[in-house]
Design a binder for this molecule. Structure first.
Ligand code: ADP
Length: 462
């Protein structure tokens, strides 16, 4: 029962309300009791005052009439002699015990307000004793009032509080529960919906209702989460599909070449060698794709073990250019490089090497015969900028952002399969970003393209 938020809310609400009502009831009761007592005392004082005024000593013989005039249904008047004996009394319903106690009080010189405890069943009386002089004799006028009426009023008030509070709490608890159930109903609906959404139905969304209230906001937040999940789920799915597609080609080449080599008996050693070379190239491509995939997967999971060291960036750039020189020459492309020697960087040397190599390889690969590739390194404030410019055909504007997507290969490249698997630029960008830098296409057009990688001198691993 208490596992439900509805029940807990109702319980807390009822408990707090109970506390408030009990405090309110107790305070009201105390104030009411005080008020009733004050009212009684005031009425006694008024009566005594009025009686004393009317009990003119000159007309004291009419005292009894006057006294009778002062007889109120709810209070009694007694006149006591100096020896504290009752000489005059209204038609009193006071018990003898109480009368005796009044006399004892007056005899002891008691004056003013005083409470006298009741007999067997009464609630006691409240009196006021006032001295009056009648022809030089000191009498005492006592006005008394039984306290049972006040006690009854207080009892009714106590009953009202005693029965009223539980009834109010019951009504409030029922109302609170219904209210909590009504306000939390959308949460139940949301949970049911969320439970139904699986990998195959990630495009479904939770109904938001009023987006400005807390529950609507929760639904919008959950929908945002679903949106992101769907996005990453789809990109994973695409990645898997693309990866298996890319892996299929070299595997098919190896398989086909092996079938051919083994299928014919009369093959020369040169034929076998040729087949093995084809298989070797395919295997190399396969290895490269797998290595790249592994690198990206570890990068995505944030588990790539970066090995940071301090080295000269110029040396890495020059090394990559040197390594590509023979390939460039074989394609009739001139490759040049301008770097300074004292550019020290703290980074993962192997990754930086890979970044530069991917850019230079692309530049050489996509530059036609007779073209030029120029690689430069310059410092820009706290960072270094590696620029790789070529005189190739350029990248169409529609492809300029897409070339950084995984497995994306330009339309020009695709039919000839001249490029790699479309992982070179995504990996290069990831390397730049993981070092706290960036990789972008600076410009590209029919006159050529220029990529720029900006790396902070002291890599901030992101
Ligand atoms: P790959 O080189 O393996 O095809 P990349 O991710 O390195 O994959 O490059 C993606 C695409 O970007 C290439 O297929 C090509 O269309 C385009 N591209 C990259 N570098 C250049 C360049 N220097 N000149 C023209 N196009 C380029």
């Amino acid at each position: 029962m208490l596992h439900s938020v509805r029940a807990r809310l109702t319980m807390w609400y009822t408990a707090i309300l109970a506390l408030v009502l009990v405090i309110f009831g107790a305070v009201s009761y105390v104030l009411l009791a005080r008020e009733i007592r004050a009212e009684t005392d005031a009425s006694l004082a008024d009566t005594a005052h009025e009686f004393a005024a009317a009990f003119d000593p000159a007309e004291h013989t009419h005292g009894r009439d006057a006294l009778l005039d002062f007889r109120y249904s709810d209070r009694e008047i007694l006149v006591l002699s100096p020896r504290a004996e009752v000489v005059m009394a209204s038609k009193s319903r006071l018990g003898t015990v109480e009368r005796k106690r009044i006399e004892a009080f007056v005899r002891a010189g008691g004056r003013g307000l005083h409470s006298i405890p009741g007999g067997e069943e009464g609630d006691g009386i409240r009196i006021i004793a006032t001295p009056i002089d009648v022809l030089g004799t000191h009498y005492t006028v006592v006005v008394a009032r039984a306290l049972n009426e006040q006690a009854d009023r207080l009892e009714s008030a106590a009953h009202a509080v005693f029965f009223g509070i539980p009834v109010a709490l019951l009504v409030a608890a029922a109302g609170g529960y219904l209210l909590a159930r009504k306000s939390l109903a959308p949460v139940t609906v949301m949970s049911m919906k969320a439970r139904q959404i699986g990998a195959e139905t990630l495009d479904e969304r939770i109904e938001t209702g009023n987006e400005r209230d807390e529950l609507g906001f929760l639904a919008v937040t959950l929908n945002g989460l679903l949106e992101r999940l769907q996005g990453s789920f789809e990109s994973q799915r695409r990645f898997m599909a693309d990866a298996s597609h890319e892996l299929r080609t070299p595997i098919a080449i190896i398989q086909g070449e092996a079938d051919v080599a083994l299928g014919r008996r009369d093959r020369s050693a040169a034929d076998y060698r040729e087949s093995i070379e084809v298989m070797q190239r395919a295997a190399r491509k396969l290895t490269r794709i797998v290595q790249n995939l592994f690198l990206l997967a570890r990068g995505d999971a944030g588990r790539y073990p970066m090995s940071m060291s301090r080295f000269y960036l110029g040396e890495i750039v020059a090394d990559c250019v040197r390594g590509m020189r023979s390939v460039a020459q074989s394609r009739g492309v001139t490759i040049t490089c301008s770097t300074a020697e004292d550019m020290v960087i703290v980074a993962d040397e192997e990754l930086i090497h890979r970044l530069v190599l991917n850019l230079v390889e692309n530049a050489v690969k996509f530059t036609p015969e007779g073209g030029k590739v120029h690689v430069s390194l310059a410092s820009e404030g706290e960072s270094y900028a590696i620029r790789v410019a070529d005189t190739g055909h350029g990248i169409p504007p529609s492809e300029q952002e897409r070339i950084f997507e995984r497995f994306y290969r330009g339309d020009r490249v695709r039919p000839t399969n001249a490029g790699g698997a479309g992982l070179g630029l995504p990996i290069a960008r990831w390397i730049a970003e993981v070092h706290g830098g960036e990789l972008r296409l600076d410009h590209s057009g029919p006159e050529g393209s220029e990529f720029v990688a900006v790396l902070p001198a002291e890599a901030v691993s992101s």
